[in-house]
Design a protein around this ligand. Structure first.
Ligand code: RP5
Length: 169
């Protein structure tokens, strides 16, 4: 990849989805990135309706400075896998629950990738965890961000303890 000049605000995570109707599922990923101050971009790319646009995006993502892609889709959810096929970047797949099969179709379409083309698939509707996983991937090479993740984990644990019900009493 050729080195490009980058500003601190340039996106390092790409959030892509098969339809604008997927946004409610994907928005929690964006919110998680916001919480950690990670710049991102969000686009609609369809593996089926706009295949060339999807391939252009995936093939150029690393060269533009993106480091992780979060891809969500529902039903015959081929977008995450096809993006993973066309980029060397890590891809996180988010299965969107649709009305008819509750997202099981989306999950299986995303998770059953052939060896050699990994997609890190989160749970059905797991947009928030997709965002948090992207943060962790970035944090592996960024000690300050890693410390932020550790603080987040400590806060999460404290919030669970604070809500303990002490059922034995
Ligand atoms: C998929 O078809 C999209 O990712 C979306 O989850 C689903 C329905 O899309 P729309 O008909 O709402 O545009 O490709």
């Amino acid at each position: 990849m050729s080195e490009q000049r980058r500003d601190a605000d340039d996106p390092v995570v790409g959030i892509v989805m098969g339809s604008d109707s997927d946004w409610p599922t994907m928005q929690p990923a964006a919110e998680a990135l916001d919480e950690f101050g990670i710049p991102y971009e969000a686009h609609v790319l369809s593996a089926h309706r706009t295949p060339r646009r999807m391939l252009d995006y995936a093939e150029n993502a690393a060269g533009r400075g993106l480091r992780v892609i979060i891809a969500g889709a529902g039903g015959a959810a081929h977008l995450p896998g096809m993006v993973a096929a066309a980029t060397p970047l890590p891809v996180i797949g988010v299965p969107r629950p649709l009305d008819r099969l509750d997202g099981l179709d989306s999950l299986l379409s995303i998770v059953q990738m052939p060896a050699g083309v990994p997609v890190a698939t989160v749970s059905i509707g797991g947009g928030r965890n997709a965002g948090l996983l992207a943060v962790r991937i970035l944090a592996a090479g960024d000690p300050a961000l890693l410390a932020d993740v550790a603080r987040f984990q400590a806060d999460l644990a404290a919030s669970v303890v604070a809500r303990d019900l002490t059922l034995q009493e």
